[in-house]
Ligand binder design. Structure first.
Ligand code: SF4
Length: 359
């Protein structure tokens, strides 16, 4: 058990109380397949650019994600939350093992932290945000869902993302982005429209391919492409500015022209206003999950990936450049803004071929 003093030192607070057995973490819900949802109380929920090193503010209502994509880079954040809880005496050694999982990565999908009391923290954070943006011509964007999906299944019950959007919709002049793979985003079309009346809004529906069989191989429990595209269509029909984010493009798996063409075409038909794309980044926390999947389902690619990502997280520069060219061509061809998005920094030197791009 933590002492009061230990709890006061932590920006991350884990409150005490549980209905059916003693534990330091309140379990809010449990699923039949064993997923647990645990309350997590933060003093702060809006991360500034100085805290994260990116050029926008970010907010993630959940830590962990049931969708369980094999390429997900957010597993490190879950591990960090669990380690801090253990260090603070909020998790026993047994609970710590349970919350990390046997292999160190799977608990990310099965022990989901819910920032249930988000509004108190957000109120304070918004004052901080407005102070930091005082005097500028444009406000720094606030992006929801940079690390975990804000419309993952937990949101159906806990409605944290909706509460955040309702609060933001009472502001003026914000620039808000949302990234999600879930059709649940269409549930909030009313609040999204209200938010958009006095603020800039972009909803990024995350989809790497329209091939449902492929999606199933690399994203354990994510919604099917058809369901995501229907949600995109609902948003577009309601006048919400929405598009597709293709992240990550998986080298040798989802980067060939026919697959990308099908995706861009489906995005256009669903009313997308933009499509952005960027290549896989193989951070250390991603390797533990992604490489075993690759060995099992795409064994021919293993040595190419090992060579290409040897000693680095980012895709090789030549690959990223070639992908940028391919994406720009497709953006132009399907009538989207030719906006380099995440591949902006790489300038094209030659036109890529039609098949999978060389790693
Ligand atoms: S939906 Fe996003 S946050 Fe969830 S597992 Fe997939 S990549 Fe990670």
């Amino acid at each position: 058990m933590a002492t009061t003093g230990a709890r006061e030192q932590l920006p991350l607070q884990l409150t005490v109380q549980q209905h059916n057995r003693f534990t330091t973490l309140p379990i809010l819900d449990e699923r039949l397949r064993g997923t647990k949802f645990v309350e997590l109380t933060h003093r702060s929920v809006l991360n500034s650019p100085e805290q994260t090193g990116v050029d926008f503010w970010s907010l993630n209502p959940y830590v962990g994600c049931e969708f369980g994509c094999t390429y997900c880079y957010a597993r490190y954040a879950h591990r960090y939350a669990v380690e801090r809880a253990h260090d603070a005496g909020k998790l026993s050694d047994t609970e710590f093992r349970d919350f990390r999982g046997e292999q160190g990565w799977e608990a990310f999908e099965r022990r989901i932290f819910v920032k249930e009391r988000v509004l108190d923290a957000l109120e304070t954070d918004l004052r901080r945000y407005f102070r930091a943006n005082r005097g500028g011509d444009e406000r720094t964007p606030i992006v929801i869902g940079t690390a975990t999906d804000p419309y993952q299944p937990a949101e159906r019950r806990f409605r944290i993302t909706r509460k955040v959007l309702e609060r933001l919709s009472r502001c003026d002049g914000l620039n808000v982005g949302i990234i999600t793979k879930s059709p649940l985003v269409a549930r909030d079309v009313d609040v999204l429209r209200t938010l958009q009346q006095r603020n800039d809004l972009e909803v990024h529906v995350s989809l790497i391919s329209v091939d449902a069989a492929l999606i199933k191989r690399v994203e354990a429990r994510s919604p099917t492409p058809a369901v995501r595209l229907r949600a995109l269509e609902k948003l577009a029909t309601a006048g919400v500015r929405a598009g597709v984010i293709v992240a990550p493009v998986l080298p040798g798996i989802s980067d060939d022209v026919p697959r990308l063409e099908a995706l861009f075409c489906a995005a256009r038909d669903a009313g997308a206003k933009f499509v952005h794309a960027g290549p896989l980044r193989l951070y250390p926390a991603v390797r533990d999950r992604f490489l075993p999947m690759l060995a099992e389902r795409f064994p021919d690619l293993v040595s190419r990936y090992r060579r290409a990502y040897d000693g680095r997280s980012g895709a090789p520069r030549a690959y990223a450049r070639a992908l940028a060219v391919r994406v720009r061509r497709l953006q132009a061809r399907f009538g989207f803004p030719v906006n380099d998005g995440m591949v902006d920094r790489y300038r094209p030197r030659r036109a890529p071929a039609q098949g999978s791009l060389d790693l």
